[in-house]
Design a protein around this ligand. Structure first.
Ligand SMILES: [Zn+2]
Length: 457
């Protein structure tokens, strides 16, 4: 529902701006020449009108999209005000340069100093919001509390404006402590979440010179972008004149951003203009990485590996346990994985089957034992089986089970001797002819080899 409303809204805006784009461009232009009494002022080169619903999150410090600025265009933003002592100085410095900026005001500050909010508005800057109480852990806050912070901040600034208008639908999360729920909520209200393209670390205990250096270095690294500053900081007040002078000297241009309204359509842009500007090692994003999307864990240690991480054969059991939602399964024994190997090591010499084994007619109903042990006993057992076949025809139904040894041989696919023997035993079993008892019991039983699954048959 919200999305469809947004689409319709965008469509209306787009249609309107197509008709008025040529008329708007001259009206948006401003320059230092328009700054009375300050012929050398930096000025504001243009006004960028943005539709918050079209690009709900911006700022390359955290997002893939940012304002559609041209090379050497800069957007100034100031957070945490208004506080008379420093914020008013910032307003004066900007006024001296005829520079327009965006102020992300804190609701509590607005309540305490509503006149400061109106000063920002009356100076022509964009009034935006920054929560009610500036929580430092907004990304870990329950969403209902985060929503209240957003809503109360807007309400406080609206009350301070006292003219029936509200702040621009631009919002910056304190500490850039984003999470999906906050962004989703803001978008649902048509509010654009502003990160930034680079800060100047002016909230840290650094010198004004450091603030200046970082602002300029990071801007130079990107070539354009949204600069994050704090108008409540004395060091920012001290650094700002020099920053603006340098911007002017190096050919940067200030862009003032305002929200689109039905009467003021968004500046026409192409989607690629909002895409992430290529970054480098020197830009701020490498120093202030994106706030992770997951909740912070209380533990400082990594979890110990699970036991089934160490063996693929056991992993299956681990997966099963998890699928059973913690219901413990019986510990699997190791026996199914035992491989049959020659007991005397690698058996490379096999007994030679008697030639007569291959000459017996099927009708004799003889099943030959596969030899398990590569010993003379096995060969002798085969000979005895041959003799028994001649002497004693099998009684029907007496024993239809093939000798264990033969089956064992089958299961291992001719791992040892004699496929012919195994084949015959299988054939005999299918034919319903049992193994002569004498063949199995007459002599010492060949040692059987256990094979997974066969015991269940
Ligand atoms: Zn802040």
């Amino acid at each position: 529902m919200i999305a469809s409303v947004g689409v319709r809204h965008r469509g209306r805006i787009s249609a309107a701006l197509c008709l008025s784009v040529l008329a708007l461009i001259p009206a948006q232009r401003a320059s230092a020449a328009d700054c009375p009494g300050h012929p050398d002022a930096l000025g504001t080169s243009r006004t960028l009108v943005v539709d918050p619903r079209e690009y709900p999150i911006i700022g390359t410090m955290q997002y893939a999209k940012t304002l559609p600025l041209q090379d050497h265009e800069v957007v100034l933003t100031f957070d945490d005000g208004p506080i008379p002592k420093n914020s008013y100085q910032v307003l004066q410095i900007l006024a001296d340069q005829c520079v327009k900026a965006t102020f992300f005001l804190v609701g509590a500050q607005a309540r305490a100093n509503p006149g400061g909010v109106r000063k920002v508005r009356d100076a022509g800057h964009t009034v935006a919001t920054h929560t009610q109480n500036h929580p430092s852990n907004m990304q870990r806050m329950p969403i209902d509390r985060a929503q209240k912070e957003i809503d109360d901040g807007i309400a406080s600034v609206t009350a301070a404006l006292a003219d029936g208008t509200g702040p621009a639908p631009f919002f910056r999360i304190p500490g850039l402590g984003r999470n999906d729920a906050i962004e989703t909520y803001a978008e649902s209200k048509g509010i654009q979440v502003w990160s930034a393209d680079f800060p100047a670390d002016d909230w840290r205990r650094v010198s004004p010179q450091r603030v200046y250096d970082l602002a300029i270095q990071r801007l130079e690294a990107k070539g354009k972008g949204i600069l994050l500053l704090h108008d409540i900081q004395a060091r920012t007040v001290a650094a700002l004149p020099k920053i603006l002078q340098t911007l002017k000297a190096r050919g940067y241009r200030i862009v003032h951003v305002v929200p689109a309204t039905p009467e003021r359509p968004a500046t026409p842009t192409e989607p690629q203009q909002w895409q992430l500007h290529p970054t480098s090692e020197t830009v701020a994003i490498s120093r202030w990485p994106k706030v992770p999307n997951f909740a912070y864990a209380a533990t400082s240690a990594l979890p110990a590996p699970a036991w089934f991480d160490f063996d693929w054969r056991d992993a299956e059991l681990g997966i099963l346990t998890r699928r059973m939602r913690g219901v413990p399964l019986a510990q699997r024994t190791q026996w199914p994985r035992e491989l049959v190997v020659a007991e005397n090591g690698a058996a490379t010499v096999l007994p030679v089957p008697a030639a007569s084994l291959f000459n017996m007619p099927e009708s004799t109903g003889v099943t030959m034992l596969g030899t398990l042990r590569r010993t003379e006993q096995a060969a002798q057992a085969a000979l005895e089986a041959e003799a028994s076949a001649r002497l004693a025809p099998v009684q029907p139904g007496k024993s239809r089970r093939p000798a264990r040894g033969a089956l064992t041989q089958q299961a291992h696919g001719g791992q040892t001797t004699a496929k012919p023997a195994a084949h015959q035993s299988r054939h005999a079993a299918h034919a319903g002819r049992g193994v002569p008892q004498q063949a199995v019991q007459g002599k010492k039983k060949p040692r059987s080899v256990r094979v997974a699954g066969l015991k269940k048959r």
